[in-house]
Design a protein around this ligand. Sequence first.
Ligand code: EPZ
Length: 422
Amino acid sequence: MDALLINGPAKLKGEVKVAGSKNTALPLLFCALLFDEEVSYENVPRLWDIETTLGLLQSMGTESSWDKQAGTVRIFPRVRRREAPYEWVKKMRAGILALGPLLAKYGEAKVSLPGGCAIGARPVNFHLEALSKMGAEIRVEEGYIHARVVDRLRGTTYRFPQISVTGTENVLIAASFAQGSTTIENAAREPEVVALGKQLAAWGVPITGLGTSTIAVEGGRLKLPCAPVVIPPDRIEAGTWISAALATRSELTLTHTDATEMEAVLKVFRSMGAGIEVSADAKRIHVLPVEQYRAIDIETAPYPGFATDMQAQLLVNLCLANGKSRVKETIFENRFMHVAELRRLGAKIAIEGNNAIVEGPSRLLAAPMMATDLRASASLVIAGLCAHGTTKVSRIYHLDRGYQRLDEKLRHLGADVTRISE
Ligand code: EPZ
């Protein structure tokens, strides 16, 4: 297993290109299951989760090619097995996104239950409830979801009891192939959902309400035009770079961004005192650090609120701010696994229920740390960049799942980071 050795404190300098969005690419790759012809993609990030998705799709019989340098993927969807087996879904919970397209297109699907993970129990009951309401017969047996529908899925109205990103995506995909119209209430408004909806619309599906809590979909008109699917920039990677620049008090320019999707994150960092300039076209973000940061009090929330996927990274920034900060995690019940690791560097963070109380500023000193999940790994790397001495971050396969060559990019920006296997 790989680990990173980070010699800190580091200064970053220069420009960093933000890769395509992981959480947008995943549902769009699963959409290939809806077609009989080749589907092609551009700006696909080079990540383990993409490798896993293509492996899972291949296990169903599809063929694919991936030019990792060019960032292009081609999928030839000749599905023979309508199944997402446990071996794949256990590697990546987003395998649940196979359920909507398989069921919609083939009338049946067998998909492993994803199970819990380091950040929480993460059930998929809303996905199942919504698809049942669309006419599917669903039973869960021996760890698998078995779903069938006689004829086709039917449009319906489904109100999510709680906002769910992949839940909204599964229903959106299923609804685009179903008979009649579907209304999704209390839908996720995340940019990843909007990008998926816009692509379905480009494939001929009439959709209204994207980016609002009520999405209406007219099913049955899906057609594949020849233009490739272009994956938009990763807002969480961009946010992670801002966090790293501010934590190391470095001046950094991010390119290939879409700052219009990052208002909550930019607002939080600005309220801490950071200087952040955005170009007129929102594609470049220039980060200007300051010597003193202010403590803040915030909570994570579904979009347009502050993303839970940025909470771990923000905690490192708050360790360096003056005074007491509070971060309430409202999305996942167990998303503070990084706190115990950060404490090993000298961070003063207490957990009270779903609140992290941070006392700053702390002088961080290097220590070995263990990554527990994707965003937690990013926060440990940022902490390692600020800490004095050599920090080892083990189990960085979590990082490789969601950040395109983070260590290479860091070296390019001047940080002393080495990948080792242990
Ligand atoms: C997506 O996960 C993202 N994953 C996550 O990113 C992200 O943290 C999360 O949304 C929240 O923004 C992908 O897009 C592939 P949810 P998802 O369904 O869809 C509860 C990362 O680091 N819930 O929006 O699985 C659930 O337990 C990852 O890139 C149910 O109770 O999250 C949670 O408390 C990690 N029943 C809340 O809703 C359900 O059927 C929101 O989860 C579905 C969800």
